[in-house]
Write a protein that binds this ligand. Structure first.
Ligand code: KG4
Ligand code: ZN
Length: 337
């Protein structure tokens, strides 16, 4: 079964083709225009999607060696995300579905992230914990079975990706901040500056990142321009380390509570190589088994949408043409059919 995946929820316009769950192509256009604004500008994102969606989908089909008429179905993100951005992908998918007379399915973007690791580990067994770390979400879910999710932990303020983005802005780096901080942290000493791991009062399993960002702001603003220049790498390394350590601290508590030792870590922040190194050390000390998707399937992409769509479609699930975009969709709302 050949499925076209389309993703346009934020600032990546993406198309991918999967054949029976195997990814044949994965084309992503990251909208660099937002860098100069320090974050995604929703109206510009919608316009950029509108300008590129057709060529991105054409390129995904070409790379997969197929044409439109070979497709059996279309999987498309319908939430969560920016309304205008979602509408571009969703309406394009609906148009194709009518023109080609093939079904389509709306996929929950967060469920797409969750399915990203099945592309590399199709035989992963339930139950497992999923640490979902994106620009808008930081949550730990117990995945009991396909589509059956229980929330154990979430952030009470900023998401981890947002902490990277806001931290990068404070350090004068560009958007998205995660890869920028990761890059300069390579030359820094992560023990040079002390940041304490945030704790949420009366909610020991939850995350909080907004105080960290403020601590970074004060420490950095307290320095002279020369000190800033000499220390920016150490500051980035120390800040990155505390964000990642906080993720592992809460994860260990959820592991203890749930007694589930298998963990997948997904979403844009999971692309971070230091994150993967720390996970390896943790695995060496504990009975935990930690899985990451391949790096290109961590940040927003359409391969994960096609893969999630395939799981739904093979179980006979499709969406009606009246399916609306849902900007605030949660993971436990799954896929609306
Ligand atoms: O999953 P994603 O691509 O989009 C959302 O669904 O939000 O995640 C984007 C977030 C951004 O905050 C970005 O700074 C962060 O993931 N990110 C990273 C890295 N690559 C992307 N954070 C840390 N290290 C990275 N290498
Ligand atoms: Zn995402």
């Amino acid at each position: 079964m050949l499925i076209l995946g389309i993703e346009s929820s934020c600032d990546e316009t993406a198309g991918a083709v999967c054949k029976d769950g195997v990814i044949l192509s994965n084309v992503i256009l990251s909208q660099e225009i937002h860098c100069k604004y320090g974050g995604v500008v929703p109206e510009i994102a919608s316009r950029e999607h509108d300008s590129h969606i057709i060529s991105i989908v054409d390129s995904a089909l070409e790379k997969a060696g197929i044409t439109y008429v070979d497709l059996d179905a279309i999987a498309v993100t319908y939430g969560a995300g920016l309304m205008g951005a979602l509408l571009v992908g969703l309406n394009y998918a609906k148009g194709l579905s009518i023109a080609l007379n093939i079904p389509f399915i709306g996929v929950n973007h967060l469920e797409g992230h969750l399915y990203a690791h099945f592309i590399s580990y199709p035989d992963m067994k339930y139950p497992y914990l999923c640490l979902l770390v994106t620009g808008g979400h930081t949550q730990i879910w117990a995945v009991q079975s396909a589509g059956n999710y229980i929330l154990h932990s979430s952030t009470v303020d900023d998401a981890a990706g947002e902490a990277f983005d806001k931290g990068a802005r404070i350090l004068g780096l560009s958007y998205p901040g995660g890869p920028e901080i990761e890059k300069i942290a390579l030359k820094g000493d992560c023990d040079k500056f002390k940041f304490s791991i945030p704790k949420v009062k009366n909610s020991p399993l939850d995350f909080s990142f907004s105080g960290l960002k403020t601590a970074l702001l004060y420490k950095y603003a307290d320095m002279t321009p020369d000190e800033q220049k000499d220390n920016i790498h150490h500051m980035a390394a120390s800040y990155q380390e505390v964000i990642l350590k906080s993720l592992f601290t809460q994860l260990r508590q959820v592991v203890k509570k749930s007694e589930i030792q298998q963990v997948s870590i997904v979403g844009g922040v999971a692309a971070n190589k230091r994150f993967r190194e720390l996970a390896q050390s943790l695995q060496a000390e504990t009975p935990l088994n930690i899985f990451f998707p391949r790096i290109e399937y961590c940040t927003d992409n359409a391969a994960m949408i096609a893969a999630a769509g395939y799981e739904k479609i093979k179980n006979g699930l499709f969406s009606p043409l009246k399916l609306k975009a849902h900007p605030n969709l949660s993971l436990d709302e799954g896929t609306v059919v």
